[in-house]
Design a binder for this molecule. Structure first.
Ligand code: NAI
Length: 694
């Protein structure tokens, strides 16, 4: 194996090169190699300066993910950074690509930084529930002050090279020939006496101590209720950069890093990171022959169809958009145009980009224009008969080998596929609203779907910058089935004594952006009503049925769009509890003779989350989801499950599967079928395993 770090001396400059493909992650071997080579370069009297550079596509883009959550073997990154900084010869980082996390910290520990114009600098550690642990919290504020340092560390968003130059983070930015520029700078520094410039001794960012501390205090106030421990610790560490000596600040950073890395929140966020990677591994991708997708058709230009079209246009595809009549088409196109106008107004894209994207859109009321496209996404009304008619029409116009994807929320794609002559080409693409923003895409595999069609779907999802998760056919697939259980658990509590506002508040406190009844009001209560009616015939008579939602719908209170739902939605102002709904709930309780009881916030959270985990376990047992972590990815990316909780399966693992199972059994006395634990609990508990092991 070649060494990941090499050293050569050229023109009195020691050039240390990192080569650890694909992203030059700072694994133990790299850290050890750096440490060795820096010591050799320092001892080498012929070398008067040191340039640190990387081969391949980027300067180190972060830590080695395989070491996440494990104790790091020495030398740790801050040791390497200290070696670089304390060097008696000037050190220069030559940065290209993305210097992220430890990569940026390594560059900050050098005395100078030269960057290629396209380079980026970022500290995204907060996204994994930790904070920079290689001295970044102490070095960066010394150069840029508190405001920028806090912004970078709390958002995780990277800086471009030009901004880095303006802020003094980079000393020089070049279009090309980075190595030459670094060597030239090294030559100049040597010629000028070879002075060093340790970042620890810099103080441009500390010049206004009062302003610095005030900026920290303002941020502390802003994040005081943030549930992520690393957020508050980042603020503390930045403050330390101003008020403590450098070494004490470094010690504080180390302690904060260790605490945060060991926290349940960081553990959950690491799980989310790995779960997303695992979700992309599906059996169909092995040995697949992808079907070429050069153009996309979208049928139905409503809420979903227009968002899906935008997503495809954004990814560079030509799109043919088909509606049933000119008025509906005009409305759909108008939505798409308005989206691009807004993006231009907000500076997210320039005018030329907006014009170019729209130029790739063909809108029509004729299905025949879909004849040449490679893949069609159907997003017409959620009505089996309407979809069947559209499928039959498409069957006559689609070219051989074209893929037909349906964006149905609940319908059985096997039944739909069976209506046409090419069921092998049919797949489900379940997008989430707004489709051009939400990352999740459930790729639903039918009994007859060709594995290459599934593999092509996964490949396309990535091109659309989505997070695809494989699901088999089931009512509601993964996400909506888990959601249905979440809502049932909530509805039972509603009938037994909790109020919609109380349940919503409990779930917000758990970390959801909004509670289940707020979501229902936003999405429209009629959608879940239609589902309940559709499933009415298959409902077992012994199952408890909560009719509160139906009673609300019977009044025409479909939520936000109707001005009334669980809440009253005025044009202005925050929604308030709907007293008429509270009266409906009261009446239902009375008619059923419910013995009212109180629910604590913790019990509400547990019942909702354990119901989700139990449904997730059932989905895994039934083979609808490939693995528990896929259920987590669906909930995290499609349903607002708080990332720092890792998803319902992770939450169950953290609570302990035996604890969860016992709670389910306890509640079973109330609703015997709903709360019956999935057999997966016993299988895992018996073997001392958890969902995370599958
Ligand atoms: P929508 O009612 O906003 O749009 C449906 C569009 O299909 C309408 O513009 C209608 O004119 C058009 N249409 C109907 N028949 C047609 C035909 N024969 N040919 C061409 N166009 C036709 O509905 P939405 O919300 O966009 O839903 C579409 C599909 O997406 C449904 O299957 C729904 O279950 C699914 N879905 C909806 C989500 C949501 O949050 N709204 C989320 C995920 C999936």
């Amino acid at each position: 194996m070649t060494e990941p770090v090499t050293l050569r001396v050229d023109n009195s400059v020691a050039i240390i090169t990192i080569e650890n493909p694909p992203v030059n992650a700072l694994s133990h071997a790299v850290r050890a190699g750096l440490s060795d080579k820096i010591e050799i370069a320092v001892a080498d009297e012929t070398a008067k300066a040191i340039v640190l550079r990387a081969e391949g596509r980027t300067f180190p883009a972060g830590a080695d993910v395989r070491e996440f959550g494990r104790p790091r073997e020495a030398p740790i990154l801050s040791d390497v950074c200290a070696l670089l900084e304390d060097c008696s010869k000037p050190t220069i980082a030559a940065v290209h690509g993305s210097a992220l996390g430890g990569g940026f910290e390594l560059a900050l520990a050098c005395h100078y930084r030269v960057a290629q114009k396209a380079a980026r600098f970022g500290l995204p550690e907060v996204k994994l529930g930790v904070l920079p642990g290689g001295g970044g919290t102490q070095r960066l504020p010394r150069i840029v002050g508190a405001v920028v340092a806090l912004d970078l560390m709390l958002t995780g968003k990277p800086l471009g090279a030009q901004t880095a130059l303006d802020l003094g983070v980079a000393d020089l930015v070049v279009e090309a020939n980075l190595d030459t520029a670094a060597m030239t700078l090294a030559g100049q520094l040597i010629a000028n006496g070879g002075a060093t410039r340790p970042t620890r001794d810099r103080s441009e960012g500390l010049q206004d101590p009062g302003g610095f501390v005030n900026a920290v205090a303002a941020r502390r106030e802003k994040v005081k209720s943030d549930p992520l421990p690393s957020v508050a610790r980042i603020v503390d560490c930045i403050e330390a950069a101003q008020i403590l000596p450098f070494d004490a600040g470094i010690a504080m950073e180390r302690a904060a890093f260790d605490d945060c890395e060991a926290s349940a929140e960081a553990n959950a966020m690491r799980h989310a990171f790995f779960a997303e990677r695992r979700a992309s591994k599906i059996p169909e991708l092995e040995g697949a022959t992808l079907r070429p997708i050069k153009s996309i058709g979208v049928v139905g230009a409503g809420t979903m169809g227009s968002g899906i079209a935008i997503s495809c246009l954004d990814a560079g595809f030509p799109v043919v958009l088909v509606e049933r009549d000119q008025d509906a088409l005009d409305r759909g196109v108008q939505r798409i145009v308005a989206n691009y106008d807004k993006s231009v107004d907000k500076g997210r894209i320039d005018t030329a980009t907006g014009v170019e994207r729209l130029a790739r859109l063909t809108s029509t009321t004729s299905m025949h224009e879909l004849a040449p496209v490679d893949l069609i996404i159907e997003a017409v009304f959620e009505d089996e008969q309407v979809k069947r008619t559209v499928f039959t029409q498409l069957d006559t116009v689609m070219k051989p080998g074209a893929i037909l994807a349906t964006n149905t929320s609940y319908l059985d794609i096997d039944t739909l596929a069976a209506t046409i002559s090419r069921p092998q080409d049919v797949v489900g693409y379940h997008f989430f609203s707004p489709a051009h923003i939400m990352k999740l895409l459930e790729v639903v595999v039918g009994d007859q779907t060709d594995p290459n069609v599934v593999a092509t779907g996964f490949d396309l999802a990535r091109k659309l910058r989505k997070v695809p998760v494989r699901a088999s056919v089931a009512d509601g697939f993964i996400g909506n089935r888990v959601l249905a259980s979440y809502r049932l658990a909530a509805d039972f509590m509603l009938e037994d004594g909790a109020s919609p506002a109380q349940i919503d508040a409990a779930m917000r406190a758990y970390g959801f952006p909004i509670g289940p009844y707020q979501v229902l009001d936003m999405a429209g209560l009629d959608i879940s009503w239609a589902r309940r009616k559709r499933l009415a015939a298959s409902r077992a008579p012994e199952d408890r049925y909560v009719a509160i939602g139906d009673k609300i719908c019977e009044q025409g209170w479909f939520g936000q769009k109707a001005g009334r739902g669980y809440y009253i939605h005025d044009q202005a102002g925050t929604p308030v509890e709907n007293p008429d709904v509270l009266a409906i709930i009261e009446a239902e309780r009375r008619s059923k003779g419910v013995a009212l009881r109180a629910f604590s916030q913790q019990e509400i959270q547990q019942r909702c989350v354990f119901a989700m985990a139990n449904e997730g376990a059932r989905l895994v047992s039934e083979g609808v989801a490939l693995r528990p972590s896929d259920v987590d990815v669906v909930l995290l990316y499609g349903y607002g499950f708080p990332r720092y909780r890792g998803g319902p399966m992770m939450a169950a693992d953290q609570a302990g599967l035996l604890t969860v199972k016992n709670a389910l059994i306890n509640w079973q006395s109330e609703e015997p079928r709903f709360w019956v634990p999935s057999p997966l609990f016993d299988e895992l508990i018996k073997n001392g395993r958890s969902f995370g092991d599958l």
